[in-house]
Unconditional design. Sequence first.
Length: 279
Amino acid sequence: MTYSSRYLRIADPLMEGIDVQNVQQRLKELGFYEGDVTGIYDRETAEAVRRFQQQNGLTADGIVGPDTWNAIGISPEFLELFSSEYNITVDLEQKELTLKQGERFIKVYPVAVGKPSTPTPTGNWKIIQKTVNPGGPFGARWMRLSIPWGGYGIHGTDQPETIGTAASHGCIRMYNEDVIELYDIVPVGTAVNIVGVTFTGRVLYLGVEPGEDVRRIQEILQALGYYDGPLDAVYDEEVRDAILELQRDYGLIPDGVVGPNTYGVLEELNDILLNNQEP
């Protein structure tokens, strides 16, 4: 059952499931719920949802619909409970989405991917929420991914001419007829592996908007021993200080900004790492 595509509300009998467990766990993490994580959507849970909605500018009705689900997010503890026999690979260079059932090939769909300034995050994610007819730029269907920064997903589009190009703000766009077909096949929990270009040339600096390019910089800095913080895609003071140290070591202007010259050094060092050589 695609749990997170249903609305959670007080019902008779009371609703229960993994999606309710996730809501209770997340509300507990956020300080809105003090009860046990039972997986049963009771009045205590509904009241916690209502308090969360009031504080976050949502309609305070105690019902977990798409907007509330997106705002609450998903707890890492429960992400592993969502699984699927299907898997998706998105190739950013080829601008294609490949659907498989286990190892059995099903279909390849053309897609639009993120612009260089707003790249699509590479990595291994899961579909964690599904919505029918979100409308506008999201077209006929929306499938949110478990990327922990930003609101990335696979969705339809009201700009079909962009399919096959790098045009989005980081999401995967599909023709509406294709995304409807895909939506009807894959459940919540489906693995989505996004592969392709990582360096985008966006200038990175303290306070820049989080993104996949920042996460890749963190990964390289971590592998080189300059950074031991989280891979959270946030360009904070710890990342800035690591860049400053690297810039000093490699004869660059120590400004804490990742521009063309610093990108060049990072790309070279990354190649060395991939070839299992000492920098």
